[in-house]
Design a protein around this ligand. Structure first.
Ligand SMILES: [Zn+2]
Ligand SMILES: [Zn+2]
Length: 193
C-alpha cells in the first residue's frame, strides 16, 4: 500500500490518501450526465473528462482521505437536492471527491486531485469498470467492455465494500462531514438544466 499525495491544480489545497492500493478502492470511469455536468459546472471539462466524456475516479473511504492544507477552499455542489455531495476547491475549481452522505463510507476521489501522474496505474491498478456509456460522447468509441448503464453486479460490488468499510468504521473521520454529520460547508444546489 502507498500514500498518494493529493493536490489541487494551483497547490493551495493539499492532502494525503492513505493506505492506497488496487484492493483498498475501486477505480472506475463514469460517463454519466451528472459527472459531465459537474465538470461543466467547474468549467474544466477539458481537464476532467476523457475523450469519451468519462471521469476517472478512485472509490475509497473518507477516513483514508486527509486534507492537510487549504481546508477553507473546499466547496460542495449538488446537482439535485438529494444528489451526491460533489466536492471541489474554490481556488482553481479542481474536483476533489464525490460522497453520498456522512454515514456511508464512500468517497470517489476524482483523478485531478490525485498528484500521482505517471504512477496512477501502479498505485490504483487499471480502470476496473467503465460505466454509463449511454451518456458518452458518441463520436469516440468507448473502451472494450464498457457498460451502457450501471450494471447491478458492479453496484453490488460497491455495496459490499461499503458494508465492510462501515463495519470497520471508515466513514469517519471525514474531511467532508463533521462528527455531527453536517457537511463542512453548505452545499450549493445547482440544477444542471
Ligand atoms: Zn487550487
Ligand atoms: Zn457519474
Amino acid at each position: 500500500m502507498v500514500e498518494v499525495a493529493l493536490k489541487c491544480s494551483c497547490g493551495q489545497v493539499e492532502g494525503i490518501a492513505h493506505d492506497i492500493s488496487p484492493q483498498t478502492g475501486l477505480r472506475l470511469v463514469c460517463h454519466c450526465d451528472d459527472c459531465q455536468a459537474f465538470a461543466k459546472y467547474l468549467n474544466r471539462e477539458d481537464a476532467i473528462l476523457d475523450r469519451c466524456g468519462g471521469t476517472d475516479v478512485f472509490q475509497t473511504t473518507p477516513s483514508q482521505i486527509e486534507i492537510t492544507q487549504g481546508k477553507d477552499q473546499l466547496r460542495c455542489v449538488r446537482l439535485k437536492p438529494k444528489g451526491l455531495f460533489r466536492w471541489y476547491t474554490d481556488c482553481c475549481k479542481t474536483p476533489v471527491a464525490n460522497t453520498i452522505n456522512a454515514s456511508l463510507p464512500f468517497s470517489g476521489i476524482v483523478h485531478n486531485f490525485m498528484d500521482d501522474k505517471g504512477q496512477r496505474d501502479n498505485n490504483l491498478g487499471p480502470v476496473r469498470f467503465s460505466v454509463m456509456g449511454k451518456f458518452a460522447k458518441s463520436d469516440v468509441p468507448l473502451p472494450k467492455g464498457s457498460h451502457a448503464k450501471f450494471p447491478l453486479s458492479i453496484i453490488m460490488n460497491i455495496f459490499a465494500r461499503m458494508i465492510k468499510n462501515k463495519i470497520l468504521g471508515r466513514h469517519k473521520p471525514s474531511p467532508f462531514f463533521g462528527n455531527d454529520g453536517a457537511p463542512v460547508c453548505e452545499p450549493i444546489i445547482h440544477n444542471k438544466g
